[in-house]
Design a protein around this ligand. Structure first.
Ligand SMILES: Cc1ncc(COP(=O)(O)O)c(C=O)c1O
Length: 412
C-alpha cells in the first residue's frame, strides 16, 4: 500500500540511525558532512553554477563557455520582452522597489488588487489570490486547507511543493500511482465511511519532470462522485496550453483550487490561485504563507500585469513552441531515445542510471548544450534523465545542435 504517514517515517529513521543521538564528543555538524558524502557516493550531489544569460536569446555563458540553454521555463521568451521590462521599470519608479509590508498590514497596494481582478477576469475564476511563488502557494495553501483529520490523495509524481504542504498539514497522505485513476478510485472507496473531515485530490495538469498530462475530466468526475476537493497545479500549462494559453484548468468546472505560476511561461516571478470567493476569504484569514510575508514587489506586479495582457495574443509563439517540441521529440525518438509519455514542451530523455545520466549531461555540455540531469530524489531510482525544456525562441540551428549531440552520444 502506498501509504506515507510522515510521523511514522520520522520515527523509523531516527531509530535506524543511532548515531543521530547527541554525543558530547561528536562535531555538531557531522550530520551535514555525512549527508553530503552520501549524496556524492550515490552520484546525487548537486551544486550551484552561475550563468550569465545573453538577453533575448537562448545563449548563456557558464564558466566562460557559451551554451545553448535547454532547461529554461521561459517558454514564450517573455522574460526579456521589452514591454514587460518597461512595465517593471515604470511600476518600480512609481511605487518603489518593495511593497514594504504584508498584504494585511500596509503592503496591499491598489496594483495588487487590480492584478487579482485582472487574473480573475482573464482566467474566469470567482476569485484570484496572489502568492509570492508557486512553491509557497502549494505548501501553505494545502497546509491551510487540510488538517490531521483530513485525507490527501496525491498523484505519485506531484511537485515537491505539494508534498511539503501535505506533510505540513498533518493530514493522512496516500499516493496513487501516477495518472492511475483506478488506483485513486480504490483509495476513495476505501475512505468511505471513515471519519475524515475532508478529502483532497492533488494533481498537476502537466507534470513537471515528465511533461505528460493528467486527465482532468476524469479527476473532476471522481472528485464529484466521492465528494472530494480537487487541487490542480497548472504551472507548466499556463501561457502555453489551452485556449489563448490560459492553461488546462481554464474553463473547467469542479476544480476547487487552481494554481498558476508566473515564473515559467510568463517569464516573471510569483504565483496565483484561482478559487471561490469564500475560499479566498478563508485563506486571507487562515493561510500563514499569505498572511506573514511581504507582498510582491511593484515591479513584479507591473511585469505580471503586462504579461497577462500579452499572453493571450501569443498564438504565433505557442505554434512555434509546438513545432519545436514536435521536431525534437520525433528526432530523439528516431534516434532510439526514450521520451516517456511527454505531451508538452517538457521532454524527459530517460537514461536510468545516475552516473550515465551525469556523463551524458557532461557530454552535452562539452558540445555546447545545457540540459539538466534530473536524478533521485527528484525522480524515482532508476529513472534518472536529461530533462529538456523547449521555448519558442530556440532556433532551428540550435535544435539541430541538440539532436547532433544526442546522435554522437548514441554512437559512442
Ligand atoms: C508543478 C509546479 N508547481 C509549482 C512550482 C513552483 O513554482 P515557483 O517556481 O513559482 O515556486 C513548480 C516549479 O518548479 C512546478 O513545476
Amino acid at each position: 500500500m502506498n501509504l506515507i504517514q510522515p510521523g511514522h517515517l520520522i520515527r523509523k529513521t531516527r531509530k535506524a540511525q543511532p548515531y543521530n543521538n547527541v554525543q558530547p564528543d561528536q562535531p555538531k555538524q557531522k550530520f551535514i558532512t555525512d549527508a553530503l558524502q552520501k549524496r556524492k557516493e550515490e552520484h546525487q550531489f548537486r551544486s550551484l553554477k552561475g550563468i550569465d544569460p545573453e538577453a533575448g536569446s537562448m545563449k548563456v555563458i557558464r564558466e566562460g563557455k557559451e551554451l545553448i540553454n535547454f532547461c529554461s521555463n521561459d517558454y514564450l521568451g517573455l522574460a526579456t520582452h521589452p514591454k514587460v521590462i518597461e512595465a517593471a521599470t515604470v511600476y518600480t519608479q512609481k511605487y518603489g522597489a518593495g511593497a514594504t509590508a504584508s498584504r494585511l498590514v500596509s503592503g496591499n497596494f491598489s496594483i495588487h488588487e487590480q492584478l487579482e481582478e485582472e487574473l480573475k477576469n482573464t482566467f474566469g475564476f470567482d476569485a484570484a489570490m496572489l502568492f509570492n511563488t508557486g512553491f509557497q502557494a502549494n505548501t501553505t495553501v494545502i497546509a491551510a486547507l487540510a488538517d490531521r483529520n483530513s485525507l490527501i490523495l496525491a498523484d505519485r509524481k506531484i511537485h515537491n511543493s505539494m508534498l511539503q504542504g501535505s506533510i505540513l498539514s498533518r493530514a493522512e497522505l496516500k499516493r496513487f500511482h501516477h495518472n492511475d485513476y483506478a488506483h485513486l478510485e480504490q483509495q476513495l472507496k476505501s475512505a468511505e465511511g471513515k471519519e475524515y473531515n475532508r478529502i483532497w485530490i492533488l494533481t498537476e495538469t502537466v507534470f513537471s519532470m515528465d511533461g505528460d498530462r493528467n486527465d482532468l475530466d476524469k479527476l473532476i468526475c471522481l472528485s464529484e462522485q466521492y465528494n472530494a476537493l480537487l487541487f490542480s497545479d497548472d504551472a507548466h500549462a499556463i501561457g502555453v496550453l489551452g485556449e489563448k494559453g490560459l492553461g488546462l484548468n481554464h474553463g473547467k468546472e469542479g476544480i476547487d483550487i487552481s494554481v498558476g505560476t508566473f515564473g515559467k511561461a510568463f517569464g516573471v516571478f510569483g504565483a496565483f490561485i484561482g478559487c471561490s470567493k469564500p475560499m479566498k476569504e478563508y485563506l486571507v484569514n487562515h493561510c500563514p504563507g499569505f498572511i506573514y510575508t511581504t507582498a510582491l514587489p511593484p515591479g513584479v506586479v507591473g511585469a505580471i500585469s503586462k504579461t497577462l495582457n500579452l499572453v493571450p495574443k501569443m498564438d504565433d509563439q505557442r505554434d512555434e513552441l509546438l513545432r519545436n517540441t514536435a521536431y525534437i521529440k520525433a528526432e530523439l525518438q528516431a534516434l532510439g531515445f526514450n521520451t516517456a509519455d511527454s505531451d508538452s514542451q517538457i521532454i524527459p530523455v530517460i537514461i536510468g542510471d545516475e552516473k550515465d545520466t551525469m556523463n551524458l549531461s557532461g557530454w552535452l555540455e562539452e558540445q555546447g548544450i545545457w540540459a539538466s540531469a534530473i536524478r533521485p530524489p527528484t525522480v524515482q531510482q532508476g529513472l534518472s534523465r536529461i530533462r529538456i525544456t523547449l521555448t519558442a525562441k530556440h532556433t532551428k540551428e540550435q535544435l539541430n545542435r541538440l539532436i547532433r549531440a544526442f546522435k554522437e552520444w548514441g554512437k559512442r
